[in-house]
Design a protein around this ligand. Structure first.
Ligand SMILES: [Zn+2]
Length: 162
């Protein structure tokens, strides 16, 4: 950082009388030879005196605007977060319902399937059924997860102004 940049950062503090005497001297010396900093310092002066005239420290309009903008972003993010969570809950509930509802059907179908495939292992049917059922459901959950991500991405894209 060169001296000019360093001084520029001190200018606002200088008009607020918030510098050490060494810094004050540094600023005064630089301003004598630098028109840009001198102008900036003059621009700060009325602002500083205005601020001093205020009975209590008050947030500037700029700060209020910045805070409002930030709050709005936060609220939008929050809304999106809530929406994503709702979708997740619905998907999870749906997946569970599907799991519970499909088990009898799956068991029935799978029993016949494994009987056809290897009738000699009749006693392992149930574990076979469970494994295929687990695989079947894992696929279902995976599809649900992909759907949730795709929905979230699409929603994000829709919200963004073109
Ligand atoms: Zn300068």
């Amino acid at each position: 950082m060169n001296e000019h940049d360093k001084i520029r950062e001190l200018l606002a503090l200088a008009v607020a009388n918030a510098l050490t005497s060494a810094e004050e001297k540094q600023v005064a010396e630089h301003v004598r030879s630098c028109i840009a900093c001198s102008n900036e310092l003059e621009a700060w002066r009325p602002i500083a005196s205005e601020l001093r005239r205020l009975p209590t420290p008050q947030p500037s309009a700029w700060l209020v605007q910045a805070t409002l903008a930030r709050t709005e972003v936060k609220l939008t993010e929050q809304a999106e977060h809530d929406w994503n969570r709702r979708v997740m809950i619905v998907l999870v509930a749906f997946a569970w319902l599907l799991t519970i509802a499909s088990w009898p059907v799956f068991h029935f179908v799978s029993e016949r399937f494994w009987n056809l495939l290897e009738p000699q292992f009749g006693h392992t049917q149930l574990s076979h059924t469970w494994i295929s059922f687990a695989a079947f459901n894992a696929l279902g959950w995976l599809a649900g997860g992909v759907a949730a991500v795709m929905l979230a991405v699409r929603r994000r894209g829709e919200r963004r102004p073109a």
